[in-house]
Write a protein that binds this ligand. Structure first.
Ligand code: UD1
Length: 365
């Protein structure tokens, strides 16, 4: 009997890297693979959702992005120590495939896989490669792209996989559109942290809608905790039905009930909106590294699913006009919904699994 094939997943830092990693870990376990996750202390905050069968190895954090001068000076040594540890582990227990999801903890694992010629891949969630993925893109067998299109170095060919979405989102993939005749759900989302600019502009834009629309609205507005009371008061004063919270645990349900979504363009938000299939107005976070949120929004906008508005061009009057045009024109809303669905990748996890199996020589037990 041959031993189970072994996938080492390396991911760090943020939920953005960890959630797709978790989706792949779950799927590979189901296929009989052994799965090890390598991450750092920041990533370790997100490992609670991983199945207990996943072996979790925490490594010392090493990033130039935070910490004092001493911590930064130590980064090369920490990475070298991490690389040696990974080499030692891989020599004694050679993985079948190594998959990096971005962030500094993926450097030692991908570096060791490269040195030992172990089949390896990266998954990039955003439309622009992150720093670590940029270094490894020409040095891996496959570059899986969560966002399509993704800007890649010349000579590197990406595989379109999409970003895995939560099962509660998948349950609502292509959910029937609520239509524009009755209640009008509007979901306002600012990513996992909320977005101040959306709290400053969107309530004002909604208040400017004609009363024939306003009276039928059911707004779900995610606002940062410090903005929550002010946003709620704004809607109350305008007589608009609204639920305001710093974070909605039931976004998949609210997405399905929404006639229109106004959102930042984080990779997972764009994936969720596309998979459920809702018209959206996307306002990329202008300060995101390499303007990656604009890159995240572009494919969905080009598919006709979203209107892309830059922060610098965002004002209540024009936003209100755009919202009105969608909320009063069923043909437009339907075209946008179809565009979003055509862009969505509900099978992103399966596509990642196929890449891993292909790299591992389909070595399922
Ligand atoms: C400010 C910033 O730099 N954000 C980055 C961060 O995104 P961040 O994690 O902020 O945003 P994402 O859009 O990727 O993910 C947010 C997720 O939270 C969900 N949600 C949101 C609000 C809410 O109330 N409830 C809820 O469940 C959304 O449906 C989505 O699934 O990592 C992403 C992936 O690398 C990047 O694309 C983003 O640019």
């Amino acid at each position: 009997m041959s031993a189970a094939p072994h996938l080492v997943i390396a991911a760090g830092g943020t939920g953005g890297h960890m959630f797709p990693a978790q989706a792949l870990a779950e799927a590979m376990l189901e296929r009989g693979w052994r799965v090890t996750l390598t991450t750092d202390a920041r990533g370790a905050r997100y490992t609670g959702g991983f199945p207990s069968a996943v072996t979790i190895r925490e490594m010392p954090s090493a990033t130039f992005a935070r910490g004092g001068a001493l911590a930064k000076a130590l980064v090369p040594f920490r990475l070298a120590a991490g690389l040696l540890t990974a080499l030692g582990r891989f020599l004694s227990d050679r993985p079948t495939v190594v998959a990096g999801f971005g962030g500094y903890p993926s450097i030692p694992a991908l570096g060791a896989a490269w040195a030992l010629r172990i089949p390896r891949m990266i998954h990039e969630q955003n439309g622009v490669l992150g720093r670590v993925n940029e270094v490894f893109a020409p040095r891996v067998d496959r570059v899986a792209c969560g966002t399509w299109p993704t800007a890649l170095p010349s000579g590197v060919v990406g595989a379109r996989t999409g970003n895995p979405v939560r099962s509660a989102v998948l349950d609502r993939a292509g959910a029937p559109y609520p239509g524009l005749d009755g209640d009008l759900g509007i979901l306002v989302m600012g990513g996992s942290q909320g977005a101040r600019i959306l709290s400053e502009i969107v309530p004002e834009a909604i208040t400017r809608l004609p009363s024939s629309i306003r009276d039928r609205l059911a707004v779900s507005h995610q606002a940062r905790a410090e903005d929550e009371a002010r946003v709620r008061e704004h809607y109350e004063a305008a007589g608009i039905r609204a639920t305001v919270r710093p974070f909605f645990d039931d976004v998949p349900k609210r997405l399905a009930e929404a006639a229109l979504v106004v959102s930042r363009a984080g990779a997972s938000s764009v994936a969720d909106i596309s998979v459920v299939g809702r018209p959206s107005i996307l306002i990329p976070f202008a300060a995101a590294t390499a303007d990656h949120q604009t890159a995240n929004a572009r494919g969905l906008a080009e598919a006709g699913g979203a209107l892309l508005i830059q922060e610098s061009e965002l004002d209540p009057a024009s936003l209100s006009e755009h919202m009105l045009a969608i909320l009063t024109t069923p043909a437009t809303a339907d075209r946008m919904r179809q565009g979003a669905l055509s862009h969505g990748m509900p099978d992103a996890t399966d596509r990642l699994v196929s890449l891993v199996e292909e790299l591992g020589g389909k070595g399922t037990p």
